[in-house]
Write a protein that binds this ligand. Structure first.
Ligand code: URA
Length: 250
């Protein structure tokens, strides 16, 4: 982790304050004066501020059922940020791993752990996201094969990754993607001459949406670990550490 982030995560200082702390020679890493805010430090390094050892707060992981007319950004714009729904401190440190459009509802994962969210969002890791889609025109059965073969989105050269389409009825389908291009679901159906009327994300990896619209919960240590693909750094997670702010699980 970068030294400036480490300091912010261990104190009440904002990122913008850290350069001044280093310039004032108040920060040491393993006993040596720190020279640069972007220096990499390991969680096991000894970082001190004015001689006191800094210990980063544990990372946080939440599941949220995003309503429509809320956005997956950290700042309110035309619509308010969905992060406002979380009744937790320091929401400015959090980000959403895999954004949904303002008019899309459903499962979003919120964290301050960039390494973990990269595993969920990078196409390299092929984490499955399952969407329920309502269409404005009836879907043709041959669409299943087209989605499996890959679709050329407008303005792009690379076909979409194979996507599993299940037709529930002519206007209602379930689509499983392993990548997350900009407005991907809407653009895939647009490329087929159809239009998405309503979009809802029901599942990410092994995690199914299990809270009411607008509600949220902390992830369990087992869920954090499973979504990381059992990355060794998540295997010894302590549930008390993962969920310092208690909230009943549903
Ligand atoms: N694809 C979209 O088009 N919109 C979303 O919100 C998510 C996936």
């Amino acid at each position: 982790m970068r030294l400036d982030k480490f300091i912010c995560k261990s104190s009440d200082y904002a990122l913008a304050d850290v350069v001044a702390l280093i310039k004032a020679q108040r920060v040491k890493v393993n006993g040596q004066l720190a020279s640069c805010a972007t220096q990499q430090v390991h969680i096991n390094n000894s970082v001190t501020l004015d001689g006191g050892v800094l210990t980063p707060r544990p990372f946080r992981y939440y599941l949220l059922n995003k309503p429509a007319e809320m956005i997956c950004s950290n700042i309110d714009e035309h619509y308010p940020s969905a992060l406002n729904l979380l009744g937790v401190e320091r929401i400015e440190e959090l980000h959403i791993a895999g954004r949904l459009d303002a008019d899309t509802t459903g499962l979003v994962l919120v964290t301050d752990d960039g390494h973990w969210s990269y595993r969920l969002t990078s196409p390299n890791y092929r984490c499955e996201k399952v969407y329920e889609v309502v269409l404005s025109r009836p879907i043709k059965p041959e669409a299943v094969q087209r989605f499996q073969a890959g679709i050329r989105l407008q303005g792009e050269t690379q076909l979409t990754r194979p996507a599993a389409l299940v037709i529930i009825d002519p206007y209602h389908v379930r689509l499983t993607l392993t990548e997350g291009r900009f407005h991907q679901v809407k653009r895939m159906f647009a490329a087929m001459g159809n239009r998405v009327k309503a979009l809802h994300r029901q599942q990410i990896g092994c995690l199914c949406l299990d809270v009411d619209l607008g509600d949220w919960r902390c992830l369990t240590a087992a869920e954090v670990n499973a979504l990381s693909g059992n990355d060794e750094r998540y295997q010894a997670l302590d549930i008390e550490a993962v969920n310092p702010l208690k909230r009943p699980y549903s």
